[in-house]
Design a protein around this ligand. Sequence first.
Ligand code: NAD
Length: 282
Amino acid sequence: MPAKIIDGKKVAEKFLNEVNKKIKESKEKPGLAIVLAGNNPASEIYVNFKEKKAKEVGLYFERYNLEENVSQNELLKLIDNLNQSRKIHGMIVQLPLPKHIDEKLVVDAILPHKDADGFTPVNLGNLVNDDNRLVPATARACLELIKSTGEKIEGKNTVVVGRSTIVGKPVALLLLQENATVTICHSKTKNLAEFTKNADILVVAVGKPKLIKKDMVKKGAIVIDVGINKTPSGIIGDVDFENVKEVAGYITPVPGGVGPMTIAMLLDNTLNAMEMGRGFLR
Ligand code: NAD
């Protein structure tokens, strides 16, 4: 029997409705700012999506488009202003930044309680400590999509392919919190298929089109494809969807899987940021 398709748009809609409801009930209007530096076409598309959804759910929204040659100091000054703004509760600095800018330094300049992406060292450290107030949105998206299947996570063999700080590592930590047995594979892993074939739950965040083939997937597995790869025939994931869906139990499509869910989690994070910011001077 072919896999059930996990409809990321549908699951995201449920969360977006919740966010919308919480905003309506909130005394203070939550505000999100997005900073985009440079002319990366993919980043522009992502930011446009985020802006559209942020406005749809009723967040107060500010967008800053900076030139490719913006200086690091100008960018840091803007972050400082947003850190102090009373209207802004969460901010996103869209990555990657232009090459002359030190990304770590810039992310570190965001106040942890305004870090809607959950990328600052404080929030990543909180996650390691099982404190999930601001968790990277794509990692949250993966977990919620797995949960949406209704299948048990505890005790399951789970393999995460990819070890980036913004996706692979936080997904692995979230799955560990759910008591899964977690293996992380990466570019230096020998015999990747030996690991993936044993996975009841497989999360792939690499950025290599169709890296995961049908014979690398266990029958009935839950397969979450984070990859976004531009090809002449359109955007595809890291999983060979058409063939893997013949063996998997559940699978996310690309597009329409992790992507829309990531945006929903990001907007939800803005509400969490507002909550986290209470008691702090803004
Ligand atoms: P990254 O480049 O930072 O990390 C890629 C990881 O893949 C590395 O840890 C590397 O060790 C591993 N890797 C590389 N080649 C491998 C191989 N042959 N076998 C096993 N592992 C290998 O990328 P990232 O930021 O984690 O993003 C991964 C993918 O997810 C990209 O396609 C990106 O566009 C996509 N992405 C999607 C969303 C979304 O919202 N859907 C969000 C973030 C990233």
